[in-house]
Design a protein around this ligand. Structure first.
Ligand SMILES: C[S@@+](CC[C@H](N)C(=O)[O-])C[C@H]1O[C@@H](n2cnc3c(N)ncnc32)[C@H](O)[C@@H]1O
Length: 292
């Protein structure tokens, strides 16, 4: 997980927090919703006030309205990057939802491969809100550890995408803290990581399987270009969206899948009321959504 550090606010160290008026909160939340689908409930005002307030002060601005105007100015592209990095929550860790990875290995992939038929032994997997890459790298390790020995000719392409450019950089570096590996089976930790200065570095043969890109799930054009996936993970991000945004994203994820492909969402998430296009399939301790 990446957190913003004090070094990112170099100009002034804020002493008094700037207050955000209700109108400013409404304007900020509408802007965020429009760009990212993320909806800040009233009880999250303090969060925006605290996180964005530091930036307002660091930029020597007087209030949040000035900051919003800066963001709306098309020339402030670098500031938009900082903005996305600040408003997103990037909590993740390796093997976060183990039953999903068991279902992937034991049920989904054998089924998908049997339907693909001979000679079409390439799988495409998308971790669509990948944060710092733990989910995507977990899939890469499972491929090397469990799938490759069973299906020697099998190739895999794993794509990880996230709106937050800083976490995408961490994902590309493959360097993690203790926190990320805390749920990791010991065997995987010893076999697929090297340890250096208290950091855990993912082995190169895992990293080579995964490509990370900075992408917004609400960028319709880029979403249309994401196609022909066998399995899509969209975990622990729908919770930040309202129903309208969820429906839009789920519909585009449906289009990104091959027929017979599967979508995973987070443990506390469901497609109930969002889509009737998928078939709900039960696996031990988890479910997945199948494109028929
Ligand atoms: C809580 S993390 C989940 C990470 C991982 N999928 C997991 O389950 O462990 C949610 C991620 O969604 C990303 N996110 C939020 N809104 C997004 C959007 N509109 N497009 C792409 N990614 C987004 C955040 O930057 C964050 O890294």
């Amino acid at each position: 997980m990446i957190t913003q550090s004090a070094e990112q606010f170099p100009l002034i160290r804020p002493s008094v927090q700037i207050a955000m008026s209700q109108d400013e909160f409404n304007a900020c939340r509408a802007f965020i919703y429009d760009r990212t689908g993320i909806y800040f409930q009233d009880n999250k005002k303090y969060l925006l006030e605290g996180r964005l307030g530091k930036r307002v002060q660091a930029l020597n601005l007087h209030n949040f309205t000035q900051y919003l105007n800066l963001l709306k100015n098309g020339a402030a592209r670098d500031e938009m990057r900082w903005f996305y990095d600040t408003i997103t929550i990037n909590e993740t860790f390796f093997f976060r939802n183990e039953p999903q990875f068991n279902a992937l290995e034991e049920k989904l992939i054998p089924e998908i491969l049997s339907k693909k038929g001979n000679g079409r032994n390439k799988l495409r997997v998308w971790s669509s809100a990948s944060s710092s890459g733990e989910e995507a790298h977990t899939i890469g390790m499972i491929y090397l550890e469990k799938l490759k020995p069973k299906y020697p000719g099998l190739e895999i392409e794993i794509v990880g995408t996230d709106i937050n450019a800083s976490v995408v950089e961490t994902a590309r570096s493959g360097v993690y803290r203790e926190y990320s590996v805390r749920n990791m089976p010991k065997h995987y930790l010893t076999k697929y990581f090297t340890q250096s200065d208290g950091r855990y570095v993912v082995r190169d043969d895992v990293r080579r399987l995964v490509r990370f890109e900075n992408m917004n799930l609400f960028d319709k054009q880029r979403m249309r270009a994401m196609s022909s996936f066998d399995i899509v993970f969209c975990c622990n991000v729908l919770i930040y969206f309202d129903t309208k945004s969820k429906i839009q994203v789920v519909s585009q994820l449906y289009d990104s899948l091959n027929r017979g492909g599967y979508l995973f969402v987070g443990y506390a998430e469901s497609l109930h009321g969002l889509s009737t296009a998928f078939e709900l399939v039960n696996f031990p301790k988890t479910v997945a959504y199948k494109k028929g």
